[in-house]
Ligand binder design. Structure first.
Ligand code: FES
Length: 95
């Protein structure tokens, strides 16, 4: 019998507005590195769900972008830049 491990999805929008001037594309490797680091730290801890990075083509809030949503909690972060990205990870994923 296998059990499905809990998972949180971190969805970064790479849509036309959010990625204007490649601003979301510049954040993607940083986010990926932070999630990889956290997943390594949390490996084997049943209380720490796996953090799965995904990208979206639009999250329907273009004017507030760049945008990222953490599921299943629906935690929305708008106007992402590098500092906000780090704060989002620290406040919502690292704890
Ligand atoms: S392009 Fe990112 S929310 Fe629409």
């Amino acid at each position: 019998m296998s059990s499905i491990s809990p998972k949180r999805r971190i969805v970064l929008c790479m849509g036309e507005f959010c990625n204007m001037d490649r601003r979301a594309a510049k954040l993607l490797p940083r986010l990926e590195a932070m999630l990889d680091e956290l997943n390594q730290q949390n490996e084997g801890n049943p209380e720490k769900p796996f953090l799965k990075l995904e990208t979206a083509r639009c999250l329907s809030m273009c004017g507030a972008g760049p945008n990222c949503v953490i599921y299943p909690e629906d935690i929305v972060t708008n106007g992402l830049n590098e500092a906000k990205l780090v704060r989002m990870v620290d406040e919502h994923l690292r704890k």
